[in-house]
Design a protein around this ligand. Structure first.
Ligand SMILES: [Zn+2]
Ligand SMILES: [Zn+2]
Length: 362
């Protein structure tokens, strides 16, 4: 790696609520759009010649919208964070954790450090897994996390973080989802070492993990949720998934996200879906109190907290890749409108939409 990052962030799952693999019709819709695009660009002969080089095709595909060339992904929340000389950080164990686990297994079995940016001997086999909350889409990947099954000398230690004073203890939440008859391997038979740290909900204290500082804050969601801020060498990433804004920016998030480089924010609904307007994708039912938010509040929050980049995530499972791009276009237009308001004079904001495999190097 030739980029001297303070923080490397990789998204392994950005879907909300429930995993949603692509269906055959989704693939067909992509194929139709791609073929139409190739024809509009002059056809394959003009684009690639009579003996196409796979690299040239790859380059062509990479500049197309993701709706035609790939997918935003159907795995639920999982984000990997690497910081120099710190243990590897994971936010949430949604189904994205399965693919992250396979990659980490490769690092583990080839004798590498789990965090490539950690050049110290310390915490090479340690993983720190921060749960935002315990809803299914944020925990269900853990039973399929391959590194947790490695015994012996390359056994990993997983440090689990979650909220204190929840209705069920963190260890019981994880143990519970693997109880017979729900899963064939019970919790205590997974060879990894397990450490639990429940974080108090009031007066949260910052944690120091190697060169990384972790701060958190409880936000609005059914059963409550933690948002986290990870900071190293003056670079900050804030994850605020599964949170709802009603009619004002949340002062707790404003404090946590102030001047952050990147804010990942719950943008599950279009504004009219949140209101429950008739004829929308998610049905004529208000989403008030369901615990999720919109791109409008993502952008308003990012501007109010003077964030540099806001990333729209926790995508609605009903929304296909083409519809996600419509949401993204509306979000960018909304950001332009907001930036022209007097209170945002002089501010800048980059708006991105999350996809599986997306990375930041801060
Ligand atoms: Zn969720
Ligand atoms: Zn939730």
């Amino acid at each position: 790696m030739d980029f001297p990052s303070s923080l490397t962030i990789r998204y392994w799952g950005v879907r909300g609520s429930v995993p949603c693999p692509l269906h055959a019709q989704d693939i067909k819709n992509k194929e139709i759009a791609l073929i139409q695009k190739i024809i509009a660009n002059g056809g394959t002969e003009k684009l690639f010649g009579s003996n196409p080089d796979p690299e040239a095709i790859k380059t062509y595909l990479e500049q197309l919208p993701i709706s035609m060339s790939g997918t935003y992904g159907g795995d639920t929340t999982c984000i990997e964070i690497q910081a120099p000389n710190s243990p590897l950080i994971i936010i949430d164990a949604g189904t994205g954790l399965r693919a992250l686990g396979r990659m980490l297994l490769g690092r583990l079995l080839s004798g590498q450090n789990l965090n490539p940016l950690n050049t110290t001997e310390h915490a090479q086999l340690d993983l720190h897994l921060f749960f935002t909350h315990y809803h299914w889409d944020h925990i269900q990947g853990f039973p399929f996390f391959a590194p947790a099954f490695v015994p012996g000398k390359r056994k990993v230690t997983v440090h689990f973080y979650g909220k204190r004073d929840a209705r069920v203890e963190l260890s019981e939440v994880l143990r519970g989802q693997q109880q017979s008859p729900n899963f064939p391997v019970v919790w205590d038979d997974m060879p990894c070492e397990k450490e639990y740290l429940e974080l108090k909900r009031l007066n949260p204290q910052a944690l120091k993990l190697g060169e990384l500082t972790v701060q958190y804050q409880e936000l609005t969601h059914p059963d409550f949720v933690f948002a986290y801020r990870f900071e190293c060498n003056g670079k900050a990433f804030v994850c605020a998934t599964d949170t709802e804004h009603k009619d004002t920016t949340d002062p707790r998030l404003m404090k946590l996200a102030e001047n952050a480089d990147v804010l990942y924010y719950d943008s599950q609904y279009m504004p009219e879906e949140y209101r429950g307007a008739a004829g929308t994708l998610t049905g004529a039912m208000t989403k008030f109190d369901w615990g999720h938010s919109t791109y409008e509040w993502a952008i308003r929050s990012a501007l109010a907290a003077k964030v540099k980049t806001v990333v729209l995530g926790h995508h609605e499972p009903l929304r296909d890749d083409f519809q996600l791009e419509q949401l993204y276009e509306r979000a960018r237009n909304f950001a332009q409108t907001q930036l022209s308001l007097p209170e945002n004079k002089g501010k800048e904001l980059q708006v991105l939409i999350a996809y599986q495999g997306m990375e930041h190097h801060l």
